[in-house]
Design a protein around this ligand. Structure first.
Ligand code: SF4
Length: 265
């Protein structure tokens, strides 16, 4: 029975079968989205963590807005796997924040995903591939490590939000991606709500937030922005690139009824 938010109780979601194919995942995602699209982020997280026991991971960049979702997950189950893409090109401040925040929140299973040594040796031996091909660099340092890690899960959680604009304006709460369920609990939230949650729970800010970085990725591809700038305008500034590729349909994708909405973590 749906609650006052139109959300299905977690007990009902717990009967959801694991996706056996891209088509099955797409259908399951559509059903979950219908049940959860108006639920609160906490209700969404509780529902999907219970629906996919041991089979769901949170993918976090430990960026400027990441503490909100990490805190919510820690409150529900601090042993939930958290996948962190340590690209080898991150700011030192992000690496420090990843360690301190995980400890503060009591998260017990944060996994650092790193590029394959062989891929770096062959394609990016000088660590400067970003100068000539940001897409190839992201493929080696983000897409391939994440795909490999997600192989052990049926579902994953992202921190994307509609207020970021662009292709994210149509972001669903639950979608299908590469035969897996992808959940965006903060899709409906605004910057005001995020800031309010940070304050209410006294969550530590990313060290670069105070220096004009509303969104933080790798150091070669992240710039500070003017106060009135779009939240993601400092990512790959000066180029057409707006996403790293982890949310882009891979070659040989069979079907995606609801489609992937671009962007990075
Ligand atoms: S964001 Fe830049 S440095 Fe990081 S993986 Fe992508 S292209 Fe490479």
């Amino acid at each position: 029975m749906p609650d006052s938010f139109g959300a299905q109780p977690a007990a009902d979601l717990a009967t959801a079968p694991p996706p056996a194919s891209h088509q099955a995942a797409a259908l399951q995602a559509r059903a979950l989205d219908a049940r959860l699209r108006h639920a609160s982020p906490q209700e969404i997280l509780k529902g999907v963590i219970e629906a996919f026991p041991g089979q769901i991971a949170l993918v976090s960049s430990f960026g400027t807005e990441s503490a909100v979702l990490l805190h919510m997950v820690a409150q529900i189950d601090p042993a939930t796997p958290v996948l962190f893409l340590d690209t080898g090109q991150l700011f030192g401040q992000t690496l420090d924040y990843r360690k301190s925040l995980a400890k503060t929140l009591g998260l017990t299973d944060v996994r650092d995903l790193r590029p394959e040594f062989q891929d770096l040796a062959v394609h990016d031996p000088k660590a400067d591939l970003w100068k000539t091909s940001t897409d190839a660099c992201c493929q080696i340092r983000k897409v391939l490590p994440l795909d490999k890690a997600l192989g052990g899960f049926d579902a994953w959680i992202t921190g994307r939000k509609r207020y970021h604009g662009g292709s994210r304006l149509s972001l669903p709460v639950v979608e299908a991606s590469e035969g897996k369920i992808k959940v965006n609990p903060l899709a409906n939230w605004t910057k005001v709500e995020l800031d309010g949650y940070m304050t209410a729970h006294d969550l530590p800010a990313h060290p670069l937030a105070a220096f004009g970085y509303p969104s933080v990725g790798c150091w070669p591809c992240t710039s500070a922005v003017e106060e009135e700038g779009d939240v993601r305008s400092g990512r790959w500034a000066g180029s057409d690139k707006t996403e790293c590729g982890i949310h882009t349909p891979r070659p040989n994708t069979i079907v995606s009824i609801d489609g992937d909405v671009g962007g990075d973590i």
